[in-house]
Write a protein that binds this ligand. Structure first.
Ligand code: CMC
Length: 378
């Protein structure tokens, strides 16, 4: 009998030079560089270059890449209109899917080794226009296109909130963009790969990835994790909430656990550091940070023995909240950053390892039956 791998656990679908994960020791590297090192010493734009062109850029390469991003922020008016035509209470990721479907109709083109990577850079820039306008549309504001500035993170924050962000805010946003940029082949990237394997276009790959990312077991976890902090309300209530909801109620602690990491997710530690700094000037955010810390302690105490630890989504919400984003935007912010990983992986797959992804399902239904005509079926 054929073996079924439930959840495709431990199935290798491709080789990659993009991201290395050591789940036992909590190590994450992009292109050989430790994630901590990248967050501390590079910008998201440099990571875009690393992922798409194979290495960190020289100064000249970085300048060229920034110009390419700056030139691509503008999207066709119809795409903007489409975002703003949706009801304001629409799901933010759903709005992104709509916009990316429209972009696929306009920019979806056959794969071409000479242009794939440059197209991916444009796609990442367009993603920032889409996400900023999803926020603005939901908040009842007028459209705004990111404008060139010192950094991708700054342009995005400025377009989102119509104000110049502080250096601290830009650094926190930049760190979040780097931290969420890629994570090998989780469900969303796998959905993108399946789509690319049919040679569908790169924007359609992102639509497929967005659909998979949305769920609470994947990208939706940051929102769910943060909602726990809001529900707890006050740091002093953390322990009783944990006992009631998690121990007695047997609910999953959101933002905890990972298919690959059997220890602390290294991104969680970095997000925690930024959450602490960025929440200092916002009393609500500081309160949620305190709650998160207490919940982390209780979670590790209870689940550590089962190798269940905080994942990247546990503290990211505190960072996003302190930056001024509503909770409903957290998954879209994750998606903005992950457009980089999705596109880098599908390009790697289509260019070097292409094969139609077509698994099998093991049939377990009745072997053969004769049809009884409807009038005789009672
Ligand atoms: N809280 C309590 N128990 C948990 C948790 C959790 N967060 N995660 C796993 N477990 C338990 C689970 O109940 C099961 O226990 P038992 O063997 O006694 O039945 C055991 O651990 C294995 O769980 P699983 O669901 O079979 O394992 P998995 O590898 O499929 O889990 C996961 C991965 C991420 C779906 C799961 O840990 C989870 O649901 N976490 C909460 C949601 C979350 O934070 N997701 C974000 C993941 S990281 C970022 C991303 O991918 O976007």
């Amino acid at each position: 009998m054929s073996q079924i791998s439930r959840g495709l656990e431990n199935v290798f679908i491709k080789t990659t030079s993009l991201t290395y994960i050591d789940g036992e020791n909590g190590i994450l590297r992009y292109g050989g560089y430790d994630i901590e090192d990248l967050v501390e010493h590079t910008s998201f734009e440099e990571v875009v270059h690393l992922m798409l062109y194979g290495d960190l850029p020289t100064k000249l390469q970085l300048q060229r890449l920034k110009s390419a991003l700056d030139e691509a922020y503008e999207v066709p008016q119809q795409v903007i209109d489409m975002i703003y035509s949706l009801p304001r209470d629409s799901d933010a990721v759903g709005m992104m899917e709509t916009a990316f479907s429209a972009l696929s109709s306009i920019y979806g083109m056959p794969w071409n080794k000479a242009t794939n990577r440059d197209n991916a850079v444009k796609l990442v820039a367009r993603a920032s226009t889409v996400v900023a306008n999803v926020l603005r549309a939901k908040e009842g504001k007028k459209p705004a296109i990111p404008e060139p500035s010192e950094s991708f993170a700054k342009s995005f924050l400025k377009a989102s909130f119509s104000r110049t962000p502080t250096e601290e805010e830009v650094k926190a946003m930049d760190a979040a963009l780097i931290l969420y940029a890629d994570h090998e082949v989780p469900a969303s990237t796998t959905a993108a790969l399946v789509t690319s394997s049919t040679l569908s276009d790169i924007y359609s790959c992102v639509v497929a990835a967005l659909a998979a990312l949305k769920g609470p077991l994947h990208g939706g976890a940051a929102e769910e994790a943060f909602k726990q902090f809001v529900e707890i309300g006050e740091p002093d209530m953390t322990e009783s909430w944990f006992k009631r909801k998690i121990i007695e109620g047997k609910s999953r602690l959101m933002g905890f656990g990972h298919r690959v990491y059997k220890t602390y997710d290294p991104r969680a530690k970095i997000f925690k550091k930024y959450a602490k700094v960025i929440s200092e000037r916002n009393s609500d955010a500081r309160k949620y940070f305190e709650i998160a810390q207490k919940l982390e302690e209780l979670g590790v105490e209870t689940f550590g023995a089962k190798h269940i630890y905080p994942n990247t989504d546990f503290y990211s919400g505190v960072v996003f909240y302190a930056l001024g984003f509503p909770v409903y935007m957290f998954t879209s912010l994750f998606a903005l950053s992950r457009t980089l990983g999705w596109t880098a992986h599908v390009i790697e797959y289509v260019e070097d390892q292409h094969r139609l992804i077509r698994p099998r399902a093991l049939y377990v239904g009745p072997l053969k039956r004769d049809v009884v005509p409807i009038e005789l079926r009672g």
